[in-house]
Design a protein around this ligand. Structure first.
Ligand code: PLP
Length: 296
C-alpha cells in the first residue's frame, strides 16, 4: 500500500496497520456476519456528526441484542484517537472511518450467548473522493433486479455487517458501468441505494422514501432537517418505481459522498440531464451545515 492508501485499524484500543490487524477465525462477525457498523468522515480533521452515528450504532446493537464492547464515551475517544494517529502520519488528510462491532469469539452455533466478549474495530483511511465531475454533471444509477431485504426478514434499519443484499445489487451497477444501484422494496416501491439514500424532485417538491424498510441515513436526516428549515417542500412516503422515470431531478446522499446529483436512471435522462436547481440548493445547504459544524 502506498502511504495515501494506508489503512489503520484500532482493534479494541490497539492501533495497527491493516496488514497486521487480525480477527480470530472463531469471531461470529466473520462466521455469520453477526456484526454492526457505522461509516463516518472528517471535514478539516473534525468528525462530522459523530453523535448521531453513535446513536445509530447503539440502536443497531440493541436490535441484534449485542452489548457495547466499551462505554459510549470510550468508543468516541477511541474514534478521535484513531483520527489523531492517522493525521499525524498524513497531515491535512481528511479520512473516512468505519466503526465495526462484532459478536466476538464463540464456538460454532447460532446461540448468541455462546459469545461473551464483543469487540470493536475502527478502520481509518484517506477519504475516497468522487471525481469533481460527478458533482458538477451528475451520475448514472440503475434500478437493480435485486430487491431490498424485507424489514420482517432483516430490517435495513439495522446497519448490519451482513451486506450480501447490497453486494448482489451492486453487481448490477458494475455490470452496466453505473455509479450506484437502487433497490426496490419487495412490493415494488423505491427503497434506497446500495450505500446511499435516494431523493426525487417533482414540481419543485422533494420526495424521499419514508424511513421504513431502508437505512435511515444520517445524511438523509440532515437533508430533511435543513431543507425544511430552508422552506423547501419535502415529503416522505411510498414512491412507486415508475416515478423514478417521471422526476425532474434526483440525487443520492451518504456520509462519505454527501449529496450527489443523479442525471441518468437506467437508460433515461433525468430532467434536462443536468443537476437541477433544487438539487444544487440542497448541495449548498448541506455544505453550509458542514461549515457550521466543522468550519469552512
Ligand atoms: C444501505 C445504505 N443506505 C443508506 C446509506 C447512507 O447513510 P448515511 O447517510 O448514514 O451514510 C448507507 C451508508 O452507507 C447505506 O449503507
Amino acid at each position: 500500500l502506498s502511504s495515501a492508501e494506508e489503512i489503520l485499524v484500532n482493534h479494541n484500543g490497539t492501533i495497527l496497520p491493516a496488514g497486521e490487524a487480525t480477527v480470530p477465525a472463531m469471531d461470529h462477525g466473520f462466521l455469520y456476519g453477526d456484526s454492526v457498523y457505522e461509516t463516518l468522515r472528517t471535514f478539516h480533521g473534525r468528525l462530522f456528526l459523530i453523535e448521531p452515528h453513535l446513536d445509530r450504532l447503539l440502536r443497531s446493537l440493541e436490535q441484534i441484542s449485542l452489548a457495547l464492547p466499551a462505554p459510549r464515551e470510550e468508543l468516541r475517544r477511541a474514534v478521535e484517537r484513531t483520527v489523531g494517529v492517522f493525521r499525524e502520519r498524513h497531515p491535512g488528510c481528511d479520512l473516512s472511518l468505519r466503526l465495526v462491532v462484532t459478536r466476538g469469539i464463540g464456538p460454532i452455533g447460532l446461540d448468541i450467548t455462546l459469545c461473551d466478549q464483543p469487540r470493536y474495530l475502527i478502520y481509518a483511511f484517506a477519504l475516497p473522493r468522487l471525481p469533481a465531475e460527478y458533482y458538477a454533471q451528475g451520475i448514472r444509477v440503475v434500478v437493480s433486479r435485486v430487491r431490498r431485504n424485507h424489514p420482517s426478514a432483516l430490517d435495513p434499519r439495522i446497519k448490519s455487517g451482513n451486506f450480501l443484499n447490497n453486494i448482489l445489487a451492486y453487481q448490477d451497477a458494475r455490470r452496466t458501468g453505473a455509479h450506484e444501484a437502487l433497490l426496490l422494496s419487495a412490493d415494488g416501491y423505491v427503497a434506497e441505494g446500495t450505500t446511499s439514500n435516494v431523493f426525487l424532485v417533482r414540481g419543485g417538491g422533494i420526495q424521499t422514501p419514508s424511513a421504513f424498510g431502508i437505512l435511515d441515513g444520517i445524511t438523509r436526516q440532515v437533508i430533511l432537517e435543513e431543507a425544511r428549515s430552508a422552506g423547501l417542500p419535502v415529503e416522505e412516503g411510498r414512491i412507486p418505481a415508475e416515478r423514478l422515470l417521471e422526476c425532474d431531478e434526483a440525487f443520492i446522499t451518504s456520509s462519505v459522498r454527501g449529496v450527489v446529483p443523479v442525471t441518468r436512471i437506467n437508460d433515461s435522462v433525468v430532467g434536462d440531464g443536468e443537476p437541477g436547481p433544487v438539487t444544487q440548493r440542497v448541495m449548498q445547504i448541506y455544505d453550509a451545515r458542514v461549515a457550521r459544524e466543522c468550519g469552512a
